[in-house]
Design a protein around this ligand. Structure first.
Ligand code: SAM
Length: 323
């Protein structure tokens, strides 16, 4: 069936190419230009579209992301369908995706699979700890839909934190998508302002309870000082045994993703890449030193792309709050 899928895909993709390009342009127009006009995050759209695609192709179940992605002013699901239709037909024939989207081993993961690879690891780390904590805090929540999926039924107090404009647009989209949000508390923050933590502690968030903080796809947009200050604020305001699940990026990833047209579109929506670590040498040591310097304990961690000669391009890690 794989051979048949390829034999179908190649001529179909050639014939469909103008429509795939039109789809790509539609998505890009909404994601970059409309985000810029509305002051919204284009990178948050990039991520929800990755999760939309993962669900459509059977890589990861996420109905909430599917529904949310279709209700955003700065996204085009029609464009996604147009761009991906030949691959979807090939997937139906083969019984699994060919070419894209794929979920490689961490060592061989690349930028094309970044959302699928990192989200799989975050999901696993959350699942391992969800029954051991009372609160779940999503830092820089963007369009993350975890609080509207199975996690919503586990009795956790749920908090979503993001910049005011991004959060308001998300709440409107959540409503349009008819996703249950009664249990979610929304808190407007800016991690560049040290007093952000007061907004969390002024809510029903309880610093005495064990908590999972998830900080997925955010640290690279902040300054190193703000990343450190945010971790310090969490450490000072949560119970021992709490954990921050975060991803950290290699300096070489920032250089690659921030150059040329890609870099200019990130600048256009005010999301330049800022904080990275040098993983080109002893990446384990660099990560351990960084964790130690924040006063948190490094737990499980997964480097992505470590088979590359220049080292991994990112890591998903647990930073545990000790006694
Ligand atoms: C790539 S998105 C990731 C969204 C989400 N974590 C996910 O995985 O779907 C980055 C998010 O970080 C948020 N962000 C960036 N800088 C921030 C800041 N200074 N304060 C609060 N949120 C910020 C953006 O608004 C955006 O929603």
């Amino acid at each position: 069936m794989i051979l048949l899928a390829w034999l179908t895909y190649v001529p179909l993709q050639i014939l469909w190419l103008p429509l795939s390009i039109l789809g790509g342009l539609l998505v890009a127009y909404k994601q970059v230009w409309v985000s810029r006009k509305l002051g919204l995050s284009q990178t948050a759209v990039e991520v929800v579209n990755g999760r939309w695609t993962a669900d459509l192709f059977g890589l990861r179940r996420d109905l909430a992301s599917r529904r949310l992605a279709g209700k955003l002013p700065n996204n085009s699901v029609l464009g996604l369908y147009l761009a991906l239709l030949p691959l979807l037909i090939a997937k139906i024939i083969a019984g699994r995706p060919i070419l894209y989207p794929l979920l490689p081993e961490d060592e061989t993961a690349g930028i094309a699979s970044i959302v699928f690879s990192r989200t799989r690891r975050f999901d696993g780390l959350i699942a391992d700890r969800a029954t051991d904590v009372a609160q779940f805090v999503v830092l820089g929540a963007g369009l993350d839909a975890r609080c509207y999926g199975p996690l919503a039924n586990q009795g956790l107090a749920l908090f979503e934190l993001d910049q005011a404009v991004v959060q308001r647009a998300k709440r409107a989209a959540v409503k349009r998508a008819k996703l249950g949000c009664d249990r979610v508390q929304y808190i407007e923050v800016d991690f560049a302002r040290p007093q952000w933590i007061a907004s969390l502690t002024a809510s029903s968030y309880d610093p005495a309870l064990k908590t999972i903080f998830i900080w997925e796809g955010v640290t690279l947009y902040l300054s190193e000082a703000d990343v450190r200050a945010t971790l310090a604020a969490i450490k000072a305001n949560t119970a021992a045994g709490s954990v921050v699940l975060l991803d950290l990026y290699a300096a070489r990833f920032l250089a690659l993703a921030g150059r040329g047209a890609a870099g200019r579109t990130l600048e256009a929506t005010g999301e330049p890449l800022r904080f990275g670590l040098d993983f080109s040498g002893d990446a384990e040591r660099v990560l351990a030193d960084f964790a130690a310097s924040t006063g948190l304990d490094l737990g499980r961690h997964y480097f992505m792309g470590s088979a590359h000669a220049d080292g991994p391009f990112m890591v998903v890690a647990e930073f545990v709050i000790g006694d």
